[in-house]
Design a protein around this ligand. Structure first.
Ligand code: OAA
Ligand code: MG
Length: 196
C-alpha cells in the first residue's frame, strides 16, 4: 500500500542525517582542528579540498615548538642542503621553509647549526620531506620542525637544488607565498592567510 505521511516525514528526516551537535570551535586556541572546523566545514565524505589543503600525516614533531605558522618559502633539493642553509641565512620574518627533499632517509638536511640560525633570523619553522639530525638540540629550540625522521649522516653540499619553486609533498602542492599552519594534529596549507 501507500506509505503514510508520517512514514514519509520519517524518511525525509533520515535523509537529512542525524542532527549531532558539533561543539563550536575554540577560536582562541587557533589550533589546526579549529581552523579545519571553520575553513573546511563539510563532512569528510562530502568535502572537496580547495583553497585549504591538509598534508598527509607522515611527519614527526622534532622542534621545540609544536604550533607554528607563517608564509611559505620553498626549497627543492635531494640529499644536498646548501639552499636550506642559504634560506635560513636570510631574515625569516616569521616564514616557514617547506623543503622537498624527495623523501630521502639517507642523510639529514637540517642540523643544530642551521636550525639555530633559522631561529635567530626569525623563521617560524621548517617542514622537511626528508630527515634532520642533532635532534636532541633542535627539540629544545623555540622553532617548529616537522620532518620524516632523524638520521645521523649530514647531506652533501654539491648540488644546489631549486629555491622558491612549487613543491608537492605529503599530497599537497605548496607554492611560495602560501600559508601553513602546523601543530601536533597536522599541517594545513592555504592560499590565503587564515584568520579566526
Ligand atoms: O651541517 C649540516 O648540514 C647539518 C648540521 O649538522 C648542522 O646544521 O648542524
Ligand atoms: Mg650539526
Amino acid at each position: 500500500g501507500r506509505a503514510s505521511p508520517s512514514l514519509l516525514r520519517a524518511f525525509a528526516a533520515a535523509a537529512d542525517g542525524p542532527k549531532t551537535a558539533t561543539p563550536p570551535p575554540d577560536t582562541a586556541r587557533g589550533a589546526t582542528a579549529d581552523l579545519a572546523d571553520v575553513f573546511i566545514p563539510e563532512p569528510v565524505d562530502q568535502v572537496s579540498l580547495g583553497k585549504v589543503q591538509i598534508m598527509e600525516p607522515i611527519f614527526q614533531d622534532l622542534g621545540g615548538k609544536m604550533r607554528f605558522s607563517g608564509q611559505v618559502s620553498t626549497v627543492k633539493c635531494f640529499e644536498n642542503n646548501p639552499l636550506v642553509r642559504k634560506a635560513f641565512e636570510q631574515p625569516g620574518k616569521g616564514r616557514v621553509l617547506v623543503v622537498d627533499g624527495g623523501g630521502s632517509k639517507r642523510c639529514a638536511l637540517l642540523g643544530d647549526n642551521i636550525a639555530e640560525m633559522a631561529h635567530k633570523n626569525g623563521w617560524s619553522g621548517a617542514i622537511i620531506y626528508g630527515c634532520i639530525r642533532d635532534s636532541e638540540d633542535i627539540s629544545k629550540m623555540p622553532l617548529g620542525v616537522k620532518a620524516l625522521g632523524t638520521y645521523p649522516l649530514k647531506s652533501s653540499k654539491r648540488d644546489v637544488g631549486l629555491a622558491d619553486v612549487p613543491v608537492t609533498i605529503a599530497g599537497v602542492t605548496v607554492e611560495p607565498g602560501d600559508w601553513v599552519y602546523a601543530d601536533r594534529d597536522g599541517i594545513l596549507v592555504s592560499k590565503e592567510e587564515l584568520k579566526l
